[in-house]
Design a protein around this ligand. Structure first.
Ligand code: GLA
Length: 718
């Protein structure tokens, strides 16, 4: 039983394949966290010496100290002075609540989260529901723990029902709150910016709070919602790690506090200062889902557990099928879209084995540059004389599939849409508009906007065989206000905005079931589990320079599987060594090309055709395999990693030399996933290695040359 209530000690015990999570009902009222970690360890109830000057409930006495008790859901200003998981402002205006335990249920599967994506469950998934009640506001609080037994993952979400007689405002809602013993942890997260996403940072916790967040309305490249805490000595292969993530794409807060007792509290959820949500009597609010996992086997195992979970529970099922190798027009054409060129691209693409042509920005409305046309989702009549349908038929006839770029959430002031509906963008009455890339953000919290977009896409793409949408979002929300909502509901806008985006994504995946979605936000600005629930893969970065890409991809792989990572080879400028290097870097994920294929020499094209055929021979190992990092993520000398199929019989290895590598040096590479007692042959060079030798470690000489990378596709002989 993955969920068990032990009556004798009032304990809820949740178990996954390798981990256990426990909490007790303390004083008959509150949920006291007792354990999270390796399964099978003895769990003892919390006991602590009362703190001096602590606040305690009159009825429980001084031995009950909210400020030192590890809590499942700590409430604001409840005598627990640490960060709180929930702040609800009722009619007394204080934000104080006192939710007490009422009952529990075990649900088959899970409770749906209204309008927000969540991890997929199956017949083995169970959810623990805890009901708590606050007497003064009359609110009911439901805490959900969904146990993904085989995945070693537990998720948490919460729902608040206003059963009282007056409105209340949820001002902070952190569905995941975990109190860990001690504070000797390193915090690991991904930070970045446009063109430089997914930098790994790792630092020791300090007393006080440390946080990563977005108040941009998108999960953002600045801070990814993924967070891990590990023991200081944790390496790729050894050491305790707790990892967390949110299934959500909007503004968020991940916060970690080290308290006066040297214990650690970690929280994830809607804690951004741009968030609040008012519930009228009878209304209900459901939080996004947050995930957690624990492993004792280091960061590599953490990544692999996360990756498997994302592939099984987050990405749409068809994402496990072969991904098309695409040619994207952006770096070749920018806004200069014309039919004849694209037909020629399609013809050349088909010859090289490219599966799909993706027409990027510049095809619709008056979109000749980034200052006009967004919002007008009809093909530009000058660019498509016979309409989009006939054009797409022409592309298909030339032997490739067809993908198209859209940026649904945005509008240029110079557009028919804005001229007709200036009140459809986010704006605050009497305040100046804030532009970015010449565009405004549509009010996705307004149902009329969603209906307009659905109708536009229906009309434009309804009878056109679109195989792929690249869904972009090129600016963040700022000066957020919805003309539709009353002042007391304005802080709901960013959350309602996300729900609007998810509704449209839902519509598009249902209306165009055969089309796949690539999510993009100026590159990897929405590299999150919410988008991945619909999206096929993520455009990792606008930066396709291979050395920069190595770091970006390695960062993304810490938390997300290679199947989500869109990697394009851009123009090598006729330098064959550079082409080879760009390809070997792009092989880290889902391969594509972003260059003017018509300007490439025959030599480049021949090499591209070879690369594509080669890639297709081992793409399944990258897409479905386990990731093993062989290089220190903080040292940029070389990048080395491999993917291994579940049965260990196929290994796809690559090493890319970076600045600082010197001829005469070697890289020691240990392939822990190799099988002992078998012989592997590199299908690319014919070289043979024994599994034992690979496990012990092989030494690869480094060259110190620019653009030097090595690729092995090691296949075990039966
Ligand atoms: C963003 C994307 C690019 C491209 C342009 C089009 O910058 O990241 O790949 O689609 O928008 O305007």
């Amino acid at each position: 039983m993955p969920i068990h209530f032990q009556r004798k000690n009032n304990r809820f015990l949740l178990t996954t394949k390798n981990t256990a999570y426990a909490f007790d009902i303390g004083a008959g009222r509150y949920l006291v966290h007792t354990y999270y970690g390796k399964k099978g360890k003895e769990i003892t109830p919390f006991s602590g010496a009362p703190l001096s000057y602590a606040a305690y409930p009159e009825s429980l006495g001084a031995n009950w100290n909210p400020d030192e008790i590890p809590q499942e859901c700590p409430f604001f200003d409840s005598g627990d002075y640490r960060i709180s998981a929930l702040r609800i402002e009722g009619k007394d205006g204080t934000g104080v609540t006192d939710f007490v335990y009422r009952s529990y249920r075990i649900l088959q599967g899970r409770r749906d989260i209204d309008g927000i994506p969540a991890a997929r469950v199956d017949e083995d998934t169970k959810t623990l529901e805890i009901k708590m009640v606050d007497r003064v506001t009359g609110c009911e609080l439901y805490l959900y723990y969904t146990v993904f037994y085989e995945d070693d993952v537990i998720s948490r979400s919460m729902a608040i029902k206003n059963k009282g007689k007056v409105p209340v405002t949820v001002a902070r809602c952190m569905p995941l709150s975990l109190d860990l013993k001690g504070c000797d942890y390193h915090m690991i997260s991904l930070w970045g910016t446009h063109n430089d996403e997914c930098n790994i940072q790792r630092f020791p916790l300090h007393h006080g709070t440390q946080s990563i967040f977005s108040r941009r309305g998108a999960s953002s490249p600045q801070h990814n919602p993924f967070l891990a805490l590990c023991a200081p000595k944790t390496t790729e292969t050894k050491g305790d790690v707790y990892a967390f993530n949110l299934v959500y794409s909007g503004s968020f807060l991940d916060e970690v506090e080290v308290d006066q007792q040297c214990n650690t509290r970690v929280q994830l959820g809607l804690g951004s200062d741009t968030f609040a949500y008012t519930l009228a009597p009878g209304e209900e609010f459901t939080s996004p889902e947050a995930l957690m996992l624990y492993t004792k086997d280091g960061l590599g195992e953490m990544s692999r557990l996360m990756h498997r979970f994302v592939r099984r529970r987050i990405m749409p099922a068809h994402a496990l099928q072969p991904h098309p190798v695409v040619l994207n027009t952006w770096e070749a054409c920018y806004f200069d879209i014309d039919e004849a060129t694209l037909f020629a691209f399609a013809e050349e693409s088909a010859k090289l084995g490219i599966d799909m042509l993706v027409m990027d920005d510049g095809w619709f409305g008056a979109r000749n540059y980034d200052d006009a046309g967004l919002g007008d989702w009809y093909p530009n009549p000058q660019k498509f004389k016979n309409g989009l349908k006939s054009f797409v038929e022409g592309i298909h006839e030339r032997g490739v599939k067809f993908g198209i770029w859209i940026e649904p959430e945005m509008v240029n002031p110079d557009s028919d849409l804005y001229r007709a509906h200036p009140d459809w963008c986010l704006r605050i009455e009497g305040r100046e508009l804030l532009l970015s890339r010449n565009q405004l953000v549509l009010d996705m919290a307004n149902p009329a906007v969603i209906e307009y977009l659905k109708a536009s896409y229906d009309k434009t793409f309804g009878d056109v065989g679109i195989d792929y949408f690249k869904w972009d979002m090129n600016r963040h929300l700022a000066a957020v206000g919805s003309p539709l909502l009353p002042p007391e509901r304005q802080k709901e806008v960013t959350f309602r905005y996300m729900k609007g985006v998810y509704e449209l994504l839902d519509y598009m995946t249902t209306r165009f079931p055969n089309a796949i979605i690539e999510s993009c936000s100026g590159g990897g600005g929405r590299y999150d589990l919410g988008m991945m629930r619909y999206g096929f893969q993520i455009w990792t970065s606008d930066n396709t320079e291979p050395y920069a890409r190595i770091d970006i991809q390695r960062g993304a792989l810490l938390a997300y599987p290679a199947a989500t990572m869109s990697c394009h080879v851009s123009d090598p400028h006729e330098d064959m060594k550079s082409l080879d290097f760009r390809y070997k870097v792009a092989v880290g994920g889902m391969l594509g090309y972003e260059l003017n294929i018509l300007k490439m020499s025959d030599a480049v094209k021949q090499e591209m055709a070879r690369q594509i055929a080669e890639y297709k021979s081992f793409a399944h190992v990258i897409r479905l395999g386990d990731y093993y990092n062989l290089a220190c993520p903080y040292e940029k000398k070389y990048d080395a990693h491999y993917y291994a199929t579940e049965n260990g019989k196929e290994l796809l290895f690559s090493l890319a030399e970076c600045e600082g590598c010197k001829a005469g040096e070697t890289a020691l590479l240990r392939f822990r996933a190799a099988l002992p007692g078998v012989t592997y042959t590199d299908a690319l060079s014919g070289k043979a290695f024994s599994g034992d030798e690979l496990r012990r470690g092989i030494r690869l000489p480094l060259t110190g040359e620019k653009h030097h990378a090595t690729l092995y596709y090691l296949v075990a002989k039966d």
